[in-house]
Design a protein around this ligand. Structure first.
Ligand SMILES: C[S@@+](CC[C@H](N)C(=O)[O-])C[C@H]1O[C@@H](n2cnc3c(N)ncnc32)[C@H](O)[C@@H]1O
Length: 230
């Protein structure tokens, strides 16, 4: 099933796009080490985080993604690394697990690919229904900065791959348009929107950090790093 906000052409270039993103891996690995039961990554992509998690814990990781292209790469990378990933093609809005999870996590702002509040609410409700009592849900997303969005709107960037950013003010959306094809759209959300999603899903906020070193969230933080519990 193709995602509504993820262009398959982006998949072929994803590893190069994400090559510099590494700071989140130890954070999610740390949570996985503490998880006493099944571990699930939503929007697993090419396995960038799931493979180190599986290597560090010695446990299988279930990875769900809507993109066949991303999953193909995850399968190849997992085989190369010799780790056990259970890769499932599906939409995170339809999350349904065989066994309740001890940890569900969603790195690299992937929840921002969900277009509407209703889409996100559905994911949070599915997550709550799929966790063991006391199980954790962790994710990160940028704290949206209008100043940055205005600065980059319409500008072509060279790194990490040549691309142009489009800022659609009326839709709270950022489009990343790769030169030569591939689009990824992100619908940004505020802190209160995330807290409201926890509230409607019946999950408890355990921690909200301003970065992957677990630094406190301040008025100047540019990333939300959330840990919630059922
Ligand atoms: C930025 S990548 C993140 C990949 C990986 N988690 C990582 O951290 O490198 C976003 C991923 O979200 C997936 N995705 C987008 N919408 C989705 C949805 N509704 N359900 C499942 N996967 C989705 C895309 O296919 C893509 O693989």
């Amino acid at each position: 099933m193709a995602s509504m906000s993820w262009d398959e052409a982006f998949s072929e270039r994803y590893d190069a796009w994400a090559a510099d993103t590494t700071a989140d891996v130890p954070f999610y690995v740390g949570l996985a080490r503490e998880a006493d039961g099944p571990i699930v990554e939503l929007a697993v992509g090419t396995g960038r985080v799931a493979i180190p998690v599986a290597l560090a814990t010695g446990r299988p990781v279930v990875g769900i993604d809507a993109s066949p292209g991303m999953l193909r790469q995850a399968r190849a990378h997992a085989a190369e690394a010799g780790v056990d990933l259970t890769l499932v093609e599906g939409d995170m809005r339809d999350l349904a697990l065989r066994e309740p999870a001890a940890l569900i996590y969603c790195p690299f702002r992937a929840l921002l690919h969900l277009r509407t509040w209703a889409d996100r609410r559905r994911v949070f409700e599915r997550v709550a229904a799929s966790l063991r009592p006391g199980g954790r849900f962790a994710w990160n997303a940028f704290a949206f900065d209008h100043r940055v969005a205005i600065r980059v709107d319409g500008v072509r960037h060279e790194g990490p791959l040549p691309h142009t950013v489009r800022y659609a003010v009326g839709d709270n959306r950022i489009d990343l348009l790769l030169d030569g094809g591939g689009t990824s759209s992100l619908w940004w959300a505020t802190k209160n929107e995330w807290l409201g999603l926890l509230d409607v899903a019946g999950l408890q906020l355990e921690a909200l950090y301003g970065g992957f070193e677990r630094e406190p969230l301040t008025d100047d933080s540019t990333e939300y790093v959330f840990v919630a519990r059922r």
